[in-house]
Structures are given as C-alpha cells and as structure tokens.
Design a protein around this ligand. Structure first.
Ligand code: AMP
Ligand code: ZN
Length: 118
C-alpha cells in the first residue's frame, strides 16, 4: 500500500529529481500543477515529508495537515479564486481513488465543480 521514500514519485518532486511546475513552496510544504488537470486550475499540495495515506496521520505528524490548508488558502488568493470558490480533497486508498501513495491535497478551481463527486 505504501512506497518507501526512495521510490516515491512525490518525494522525487520534493528533491527536484523529477520536474514539476512548482507554484508554492515553504520549508514544510510544496505545491505543483497536476500533470493531468481535472479543472482549469489543479494543484497538488503535499508535505515534504513522506506520509503514505491519511491512515498514517497521527498526533506525531498531524501538524502538517494545517500547513497544507494554509497553503491552499494562500494559493486561492494567489490564483484569484478565493471569492468564486474552489475545492480541496484528499483521496485515501483504492476506493477513495488514491493512485500516488504520498498524501496530497488536490486544489481544484476555475469551473463549477459538481457535487457529489463521482
Ligand atoms: P490521486 O489519484 O488522488 O492519488 O492523485 C494523484 C494525482 O497525481 C493525479 O491527479 C495525477 O494526475 C497526478 N500526477 C501523477 N504524476 C504526476 C507528476 N509527475 N506530476 C504532477 N502530477 C502528477
Ligand atoms: Zn513520498
């Protein structure tokens, strides 16, 4: 279910070993454009430390989750979508639709998003 850091795609993006269009970066968090966007604006906001799934969040590492949302809030203003709105979502495991096992907050904006999601 989880990959180790060495083989993790998003850890490689953090280490700048593979390219990504980075839109936001702090000491703890990095955000980049999704390679296969599902909306006019589609960023992935990730912790720089490897956490495989939501199930691996505990009191030891949960502080990072607030930082992911803080990044989302800043990206919304930077992208000019804070007033019109946007969606942030994190998928977990197979039924949740997770395909990359390094937690990431999807930031989607720029069109009317449907609810409920498919
Ligand atoms: P999920 O299905 O929730 O695990 O989301 C994984 C996301 O990562 C998908 O939306 C993919 O399009 C995206 N993705 C996969 N590889 C890359 C990459 N190299 N750079 C940017 N986004 C990627
Ligand atoms: Zn990773």
């Amino acid at each position: 279910m989880s990959e180790d850091n060495e083989n993790c795609l998003f850890c490689k993006i953090v280490k700048k070993q593979i390219p990504a269009e980075i839109v936001f970066e702090t000491k703890e968090v990095i955000a980049f454009c999704d390679i296969d966007p599902k909306a006019p604006i589609h960023y992935l906001i990730i912790p720089k430390t490897h956490i495989s799934t939501i199930n691996d969040i505990s009191e030891e590492n949960s502080e990072i989750i607030g930082l992911l949302y803080e990044a989302a809030s800043k990206l919304a203003v930077m992208s000019g979508v804070d007033k019109d709105g946007y969606r942030v979502v994190m998928n977990c495991n197979k039924d949740g639709g997770q395909t990359v096992y390094h937690i990431h907050l999807h930031f989607l904006a720029g069109r009317q998003l449907n609810w409920p999601p498919g």
